[in-house]
Ligand binder design. Sequence first.
Ligand code: AMP
Ligand code: GLY
Length: 426
Amino acid sequence: MNVMVIGSGGREHALAWKLSQSPRADRVFVAPGNVGTFYDAENVPIDPMNFADVIRFAKENNVGLVAVGPETPLCGGLVDALSAEGIRAFGPSRAAARLEGSKIFCKNALKLGCIPTAEFATFDNAQNALNYLREREDKPIVVKADGLAAGKGVCVCDNREQAIQAVQEMAMDKKFGSAGEKLVIEERLDGEEASVLAITDGKTILTLPPCQDHKAAYDGDKGPNTGGMGAYCPAPVVSEEMLHWVEENILVRTVHVMNRLESPFSGVLYAGLMIGRQGPKVLEFNTRFGDPECQPLLMRLKTDLLTIMEATVDRQLDKIGPLEWDPRPVVGVVMASEGYPGKSAYGRPIRGLEDVAGMSDVKVFHSGTRVNDKGEIVNAGGRVLTVTAFGESIALAKKNAYEAVRKIRWEGAWCRHDISDKAAQG
Ligand code: AMP
Ligand code: GLY
């Protein structure tokens, strides 16, 4: 069967790499892909938001399954558009992707399902939000833009003054465009964050081993929020017992609520959790694999991903046995461009990739890379590579990942140095 992956990040490189290993996959196309997917699969120059082109290509090339990586085409309805043409597509419908695309929808669904989450209020204009903040006690609070804002539409505030400023920026100055026209204001939760992802067809849930992302730019969780500077799997902060609890009290209830809301969920349900003294609470849902969580997860997955994805689309996940995992932990370190997450400098030749290619138990997933007119691989985005490695323990996986990182260089390249350290502290 021919398969098509939609997207161009590290997550999509991991998806294409894994799908290419399937004995049932013939050609694996990636639209539009990056340098990594050029080597591990076949790139096609199609914009994921150009649904007509995606559909035309899938039909002309006999694509039996399309796996949609990023949230923007999911929230825009790419899966619906493909399904309407009889093309099987892995990922939630537009209605189900609202769990990620609208924080107000998400919070209301959580409430309806009695699913643990921060106390919240929703607003459809700035004035009401400001009145609310002025009337209540001055304490730490979180302001969130309702719509998609590339992971940046959340302001974790220490006090009322900061929250007022966040409301002004989001809803009045339109910092995130229309995404900030409506707002969620919620209680600030304390604890440690973890990501629990599951694959579901709306009936059966396959919970994946827990991961931990590192969203802050710099060591010690300092600096601005990013798309994620590294991830590891499994994350010991989520014990086996807690994972069962999350499955029962968060994942099952969410899938059920989505059925009740006539928006059955199919695809990857990603619960971003805060684990505090009262147990895990949902910070957010994503409706896709996380980037970079996908890279360590798929390194460890031994079951055929194409079979899992097809079974999901066909609502046959109950026929798949327990997923098989490599017992060894994996640590993935993101190497970023100078200036990221602000304005970054691009076009700089990347050296050392060939030295890492020979390392066993290490895989470098590409994100923002391209080939320049001299034929050199150069950086072309904020997050450039996820250097991902196995180890017999998390500490050894970390050591292997950073050993590979040290072999790769370009002008201005940088990374966090403490990916997975929280596992050791726990
Ligand atoms: P979200 O996009 O909703 O996951 O928010 C991005 C990040 O903001 C999360 O990963 C948390 O670090 C932080 N965050 C979001 N909501 C809260 C909350 N209620 N309390 C504390 N931190 C939060
Ligand atoms: N790593 C967080 C995300 O993919 O949203």
